[in-house]
Design a protein around this ligand. Structure first.
Ligand code: FAD
Length: 469
């Protein structure tokens, strides 16, 4: 609960019209894509770094939590106010401040929606590659905090590869600038990289300097159908082994295909698995690469392979791919969504292992995602009433499997709340201790986004009430 002193202080900082304490409005800032609900005590809409700084200074002196929030599309509970407190939303900080076409740089506020930046860049013949499937809603601030990836990561990398510099407010209220807006820069510790992927626990991003690329001249979109997920997995490994790096290499298993068709009716053919593949670059090169991909897919057992005939077909294929998460949720609201990564050569072993886990626990597993970088979204679909425990055990086995194959338990969704208790499956105690020291140095009072990444110390209670929807 916030005191009246704090409430009045917040209103003075951002203006009365830009803070809210009403139950209805707070509800809108209480959830993310994990479907868990934690209500904040206030939500504020600052207009710039100075206001963010004053809020954080007050949080330090009065001792209340502050939680930065983008669009709330996170899959690990990062924006949830688990201990109550003040949510900072960036809805008033949505400006694309500059696109420097000579130096291929964009400067944006954190609330800019990823898609809006991409569209603006494309109109100028430029390209901002990071493309989480949530790109039409998620914000650049949230993408930076989670180091979002997406289908194009296989060729172009993830958000961190495009962040040149940041303006950020430290948990104690100081406004800092990190990095550069040049192509290179090595002065001091790389605070930009430290803040990227820090899940809103080390600082609040108030401005980002982003790298742009020239827009590729041509793209070919292809669909390859397989009778079995194992063949699609083998084809994925074979494409990478043959040294073609597609701009997109996405996989969907039969459960995902069926659910999407039931949900979005995009005309996907029935199949045991599919690969959605794109190559991009110079016109002449993409035709040669597309032909090479076709050969590898057919040699790996594809039963059908085709190039998208026109823009409408490309649009439908992407509509289908981007609808998978929502379609699976609609089919089975009891769904645990993990995003493990394995070396690409080991995807076939992962597919076998997942079958074993599905049989062992009697839960349906739907797999889809960014096969090109070994990042598979494993969805454990279960009956909430009777299979919740089995689903959690299955998830733990999925993590064990990924680690045993030389992988990681999260490729892009982050640790947040949902994976905090599994942190020590992947990281040694010494590494966790070093991370805790960084957090303490940045945020001595622990006011910025508490309860995230690190397992909650025994005896410490979450103040906000959790409701699993
Ligand atoms: C259908 C669907 C598809 C998705 N597909 C992908 C995908 O392909 N790839 C992928 O990587 N993710 C994907 N995601 C997950 C999610 O969209 C990303 O993690 C995204 O980056 C979150 O952005 P957001 O604006 O919604 O942030 P939020 O969910 O609001 O917040 C995420 C984290 O960022 C912090 N944060 C937000 N703004 C700031 C700021 N200005 N400064 C500091 N910290 C901040 C929050 O505190 C929180 O910890 C998907 C989600 C959905 C629902």
């Amino acid at each position: 609960m916030l005191s009246n002193l704090v409430k009045n202080g917040l209103c003075r900082i951002v203006g009365e019209a830009n803070c809210s304490f009403s139950r209805e409005e707070l509800l809108c800032y209480s959830y993310d894509a994990t479907n868990t609900l934690h209500q904040p005590d206030a939500v504020v809409f600052p207009s710039g770094p100075e206001e963010v700084s004053l809020i954080l200074k007050m949080a330090n002196s009065e001792g209340f939590p502050v939680i930065p929030r983008g669009a709330g599309t996170g899959f690990s509970g990062g924006s949830l106010p688990v201990e109550g407190g003040v949510v900072i939303s960036f809805e008033r900080m949505r400006k694309i401040l500059e696109i420097d076409t000579e130096n291929l740089v964009a400067v944006v506020e954190p609330g800019v929606v990823t898609w809006d930046l991409q569209q603006k860049a494309e109109k100028l013949g430029l390209f901002y590659p990071p493309d989480p499937s949530s790109l039409k809603f998620s914000t650049i601030g949230g993408n930076i905090a989670e180091c979002a990836g997406g289908p194009r990561a296989v060729k172009y990398g993830v958000t961190r590869d495009y962040v040149l510099g940041l303006e950020a407010v430290l948990p104690t209220g100081e406004i800092i600038n990190t990095g550069v807006r040049t192509a290179k820069g090595v002065v001091g510790y790389d605070l930009t990289r430290l803040l990227v992927c820090s899940e809103g626990t080390l600082g609040i991003v108030t401005k980002a300097v982003l790298k742009l690329l020239p827009l590729p001249e041509a793209t070919v979109t292809m669909l390859s159908l397989f009778s079995d997920m194992r063949d699609a997995a083998r084809a994925t490994s074979a494409i990478i082994k043959s040294r073609i790096i597609p701009s997109t290499l996405e996989i969907m298993d039969s459960v995902s295909i069926k659910c999407v068709e039931g949900f979005a009716k995009t005309g996907l053919p029935d199949a045991g698995a599919l690969l959605l593949i794109e190559v991009d670059g110079h016109r002449a090169a993409v035709d040669a690469e597309a032909e090479a991909v076709r050969k590898v897919c057919l040699e790996s057992g594809a039963k059908e392979f085709r190039r998208a005939a026109d823009k409408d077909e490309v649009k439908d294929l992407w509509k289908a791919r981007r609808a998978v998460s929502a379609a699976l949720y609609k089919a089975r609201p009891g769904k645990i969504n993990e995003d493990i990564v394995v070396p690409r050569s080991r995807i076939p072993e992962l597919v076998e292992g997942l079958r074993g886990i599905s049989e062992r626990y009697g839960v349906l597993i739907a797999s889809f995602g960014h096969a090109g970088d070994g990042n598979i979204h494993v969805n454990i679909m279960h009956d909430k009433e009777t299979q919740a425990e089995a689903a959690l055990s299955a998830a733990e086995d999925v993590f064990r499997l990924a680690l045993s194959l030389g992988g990681t338990i999260s490729g892009e969704h982050g640790v947040g709340l949902s994976k905090a208790r599994y942190l020590d499956m992947e990281l040694k105690p010494e590494a966790i201790a070093a991370m805790r020291k960084i957090k303490e140095a940045f945020d001595p009072r622990g006011i910025l986004n508490p309860g995230k990444i690190f397992p909650t110390p025994p005896g410490r209670k979450a103040a906000g009430s959790a409701v699993v929807l």
